[in-house]
Design a protein around this ligand. Structure first.
Ligand code: FAD
Ligand code: PHB
Length: 406
């Protein structure tokens, strides 16, 4: 059939796995499936430049780095990522180190999420993988059957993608999560948000500084030898317009442990945004042949630096159960997906909640403030408590098939 009339009718394509969303979860899944010779197509609603420049997370856990290395995707990460041996907790201006390498033998790597996304997209396209950017009105249907269909529009043309499995990796505002008809959402909203800025200012530290201060939490992080990433606790309904550059720098200088050998370089702010602090877990993570991963299923508050890592951990479990279902002839193993993921999800929620409640200011709650100080004292003085924090921060090992919670 002539191409023009085919396009006018709307195209019909086939693949084994339709992946909705080209964030960390969807892209890592695409690579894991390709490594198993399982065909997939990624449908992303935004254009390539948008997803490659969206500033978000920056901490890669040890298992995430190992996975990217195993997949042959860590070449630039190893060159440009910043390996960090530990973090610092500042309590009322006094800094305490948690040395991950000493406590766990492992470290973390600072490398922007958008850099991970760029690397994954480039490698996928170079390997002949299909990513459809600007796929609009994506609508998975027939997910209860063994022949799901995903409909969408591309370049003004209605398209149909037939598949065996739909992977919903489309983030917290995506269309896939709500298709899990019987899902229950357990959630918690914190009474504050984060104002995050990216600044062209050389970092003065080679470790992150998490600062607990009477005026509120602040975080000192970085992306490269010339770019600093900084966060301030703000009101949940804070308006970005209320924060001039001067106000941001003044507040950071107040809350971070300036003095005590710590210097804060300032510079042009090149990106800014407000992120809500929220925890949620939607379960089950599967409905028939639709399986959801990453932010589409759960959100963690950013204090634990876990969102991207958890999304990637889900992708590893999802690739394994899809492999079992499509190649191993064991579709019943799709049932393992939710319970296997949920163990890590809840451990991560617990850790992220603990970091969040330990470090933020809760208004007018003197009792809670004293408990926070006590917890910070325990974590900064007990090797056992510091080791527990370090083990969770560097990342628990990814679940192996043998560890599945069936
Ligand atoms: P995402 O990265 O959200 O990817 C989902 C993809 O699906 C996106 O590319 C989206 O465009 C696409 N999509 C959505 N709907 C559709 C649709 N209907 N059809 C097709 N495609 C669709 N963590 C930190 O540690 N520090 C931070 O500063 C930080 N900031 C964040 C700021 C924001 C605004 C958000 C949302 C998250 C932030 N996080 C941060 C958390 C971390 O970035 C996420 O946990 C991580 O991106 C999750 O990866 P994911 O692949 O599950 O989802
Ligand atoms: C970041 O660098 O963006 C970052 C670091 C640590 C966090 C959250 C975000 O806990």
């Amino acid at each position: 059939m002539a191409l023009a009339s085919w396009a006018a009718m709307g195209g019909i394509d086939e693949t084994e796995v339709a992946i909705v969303g080209a964030g960390p979860a969807g892209l890592v899944l695409a690579h894991l499936l390709a490594a198993r010779d399982i065909d997939c197509v990624v449908l992303e609603q935004r254009d390539r430049a948008y997803v490659e420049h969206r500033v978000r997370a920056g901490v890669l856990e040890h298992p995430t780095v190992e996975l990217l290395r195993e997949l042959g995707l860590a070449e630039r990460l190893e060159r440009e990522g910043l390996a960090h041996r530990g973090i610092q907790l500042a309590v009322d201006g006094i800094r305490h180190r948690i040395d991950f390498v000493e406590l766990t033998g492992r470290s973390i790597t600072l490398y922007g999420q958008q850099e991970v996304v760029k690397d994954l997209i480039a490698a996928r396209l170079a390997g002949g993988g299909q990513i459809v950017f600007e796929a609009l009105d994506v609508a998975p249907t027939a997910i209860d059957t063994d022949r799901p269909v995903v409909q969408y529009r591309h370049d003004g043309v209605a398209r149909t993608l037939r598949c065996r499995i739909v992977a919903g990796c489309d983030g917290s505002y995506g269309v896939c999560g709500p298709l899990v008809a019987d899902r229950t959402v357990t959630e918690h909203t914190y009474p504050f948000a984060w104002l995050g800025v990216l600044a062209e200012a050389a970092p003065t530290q080679d470790e992150l500084v998490y600062a607990s201060h009477d005026r509120g939490f602040a975080l000192y992080s970085m992306r490269s030898p010339t770019v600093t990433r900084l966060y301030l606790q703000v009101a949940p309904d804070e308006q970005l317009a209320a924060w001039s550059d001067d106000r941001i720098w003044d507040e950071l200088a107040t809350r971070l442990p300036v003095g005590d050998g710590f210097r804060l370089n300032t510079g042009p702010i090149i990106d800014r945004g407000i992120t809500a602090m929220h925890s949620s877990v939607a379960t089950p993570m599967r409905h028939g042949n639709l399986l959801v991963a990453g932010d589409a299923a759960h959100i963690v508050p950013a204090t634990g630096a876990k969102g991207m890592n958890l999304a990637i951990a889900d992708a590893t479990v999802l690739a394994a159960v899809i492999d079992d279902a499509l190649r191993g002839g064991r579709p019943e193993h799709l049932a393992d997906y939710t319970p296997t993921c949920l163990r890590r999800v809840w451990r991560t929620q617990h850790f992220s909640h603990r970091m969040t409640t330990m470090l933020h200011r809760f208004d007018d709650d003197a009792f809670r403030r004293q408990l926070q100080r006590t917890e910070l004292e325990i974590v900064t003085s007990s090797v056992a408590a510091a080791t527990d924090l370090a083990e969770h921060y560097v990342g628990l090992p990814f679940a192996t098939l043998a560890e599945r919670a069936t």
